[in-house]
Design a protein around this ligand. Sequence first.
Ligand code: HEC
Length: 183
Amino acid sequence: MGTGDGRTSDGTATPSGGGGAEPPAGGRGPRLRGWRGILVWGGIGAIALFALIQVIPYGHSHANPPVTGEPSWDSPRTEVLFTQACGDCHSNLTTWPWYSNVAPVSWLVQSDVDGGRSELNVSEWDRPQDGAGDVVEQIEGGGMPPSYYTWMHSSAKLSATEKQALVRGWQATMRRSPPIGGG
Ligand code: HEC
């Protein structure tokens, strides 16, 4: 578009309606045909579907169960780093963002939090923690936190120094406060 002389559409894009000079033939009703009809009805359909999926109960509870036990952190810094980068999915102190109320994002957030808590939950240190032994590997390998999460939560993105501090701090914390049944 816009090669030189503005917008003299030579009939190729018929219903552009830019200047409103040439209304296409036909009344109001029949206009909703062809690509325009597809857009309008498709849009209405999408909005209806969007509204409908909001009613599905999954993803709305946003439960933060009680904290029944926590590791005895080796330092406040370790706890802060963990909370910042991992706490939303690996503790019961999840901060639920506004979009976690909106399906289908709410479903993804819920499944992340449920899945994360079941592997490792620093708020339930009174039960075995299967993932505790894999924390260092996950941090160093860059598997955790997930990249789609740090994209939305820049504060969860750990610098090299922070990674190192969290790894060291986690190891020290596990020495003084290992999970039940080892990790
Ligand atoms: C956006 C949510 C989210 C964040 C943030 C997050 N995790 Fe996870 N984590 C998950 C989910 C979901 C699983 C289980 C599914 C999987 O293994 O991918 C998991 C699994 C794990 C596991 C077990 C992996 C295994 O295969 O044994 C470890 C360890 C772990 N996370 C550590 C961390 C650490 C450490 C951080 C912070 C640096 C972190 N996670 C941040 C969601 C998250």
